[in-house]
Design a protein around this ligand. Structure first.
Ligand code: UGA
Length: 324
């Protein structure tokens, strides 16, 4: 499969926040593979099993072009090294459904405050590009589909509010101080190494263990699922596209499907019966997401390359070493 590369700008010093997490790890790995040097930052929150993050980082540390700063951006963004050319701000308190109640403090700290601190550092450090990992959850329960960047964002979860607030911070630091910030609104990312709280990871694990798969609501909710390598391609395109500074882009996988549709594909790929337990619709879950990616296509040259069946097969294989 052909993948975009950043080879035109070889050997850049990059900062990847959240480098121990699902997307940050894949991104750091790719940047190193393409000859760049990566400073990874992660504070190893325990929202999910920290051993997963330690394994990711241990693999990255095998390469001399990767260094790790184990710290909380809110406390220490000020002391990050200078000379960074590309910033990829992937660190966040993730999870739409877990963002209610007292937990919201984690979201304001790790998503809003941390981004503001990093932007202040960027004012002094002057990177050539600052990519912010935003989210489809900024749109909320939009009635107009597909969702386009100029639509009024109306999040329906506290998580979505925190991701939108940080996106606004990126825009205003661009407007006031010329920070070349680009927001990429990721649509439900999946692939090998997906966070264990997310749907596909939970589904595949439960099917393999012959346990019940939990489906929230009817399962007719739809998502524009996006394969992680396509997300990495979008990041590499966004650091190099001339017009991208100060812009917001939808990054979606190009195939919208219901949760029930996903389970049918998994049944087919894994050849196992699936036992379903239905639970109520979760507060904060939008009924549908569907990305209009025409702006990303025109301005970044972004095109998703992995269709859902292919991506799910790769993910199943990462659990079992094989598919049916
Ligand atoms: C995901 C990520 O978790 C967020 O961090 C990200 O910002 C967001 O995508 C986004 O695109 O903005 P979500 O779409 O909820 O959020 O991703 P999944 O956890 O993969 O859930 C997909 C769908 O499956 C949801 O409708 C959810 O209700 C459903 N689901 C999830 C189940 O039916 N059962 C489960 O056990 C888990």
């Amino acid at each position: 499969m052909h993948r975009m590369t950043a080879e035109k700008s070889a050997n850049c010093l990059c900062l990847v926040t959240g480098a121990a997490g699902f997307i940050g790890y894949h991104l750091a790995k790719r940047l190193i593979r393409e000859g760049h040097r990566v400073i990874g930052v992660d504070c190893f929150t325990d929202y999910y099993d920290i051993e997963i993050k330690k394994r990711n980082v241990a693999e990255l540390l095998c390469n001399p072009n990767f260094t790790l700063h184990r710290e909380d951006l809110v406390e220490s963004a000020d002391s990050l090294p200078g000379g960074v050319r590309w910033v990829f701000h992937q660190a966040a308190q993730a999870g739409v459904r877990a963002s209610w109640g007292r937990e919201f403090a984690q979201y304001t700290h790790n998503n809003i405050l941390a981004t503001q601190r990093l932007l202040e550092w960027a004012r002094r450090s002057k990177p050539e590009r600052f990519i912010y990992a935003s989210s489809s959850s900024v749109y909320g329960a939009a009635e107009k589909l597909p969702m386009a960047e100029d639509d009024l964002p109306l999040p329906v979860s506290p998580y979505g509010v925190s991701k939108l607030a940080a996106e606004h911070l990126c825009n205003l630091y661009h407007h006031n101080f010329g920070i070349p910030a680009v927001s990429l609104r990721y649509f439900t990312v999946y692939g090998p190494g997906q966070r264990p709280d997310m749907a596909f990871h939970r589904f595949i694990r439960a099917i393999l263990d012959e346990k019940e798969v939990v489906v929230y609501g009817t399962g007719e909710q739809t998502r524009d699922f996006t394969y992680v390598d396509d997300i990495i391609d979008a990041n590499l395109a966004a650091v190099q596209a001339e017009r991208a500074a100060g812009r917001v882009y939808n990054i979606g996988g190009g195939s919208t499907i219901s949760v029930n549709g996903v389970l049918e594909i998994l049944h087919d790929l894994m050849g196992k019966d699936i036992k379903i337990r239905r639970e109520s619709v979760q507060a904060g879950d939008p009924p549908h997401t569907y990305a209009d990616t025409s702006r990303a296509r025109e301005e970044l040259g972004f095109l998703p390359r992995t269709d859902l069946r292919e991506g799910l097969a790769a993910m199943v294989k990462s659990f079992t070493g094989r598919i049916r």
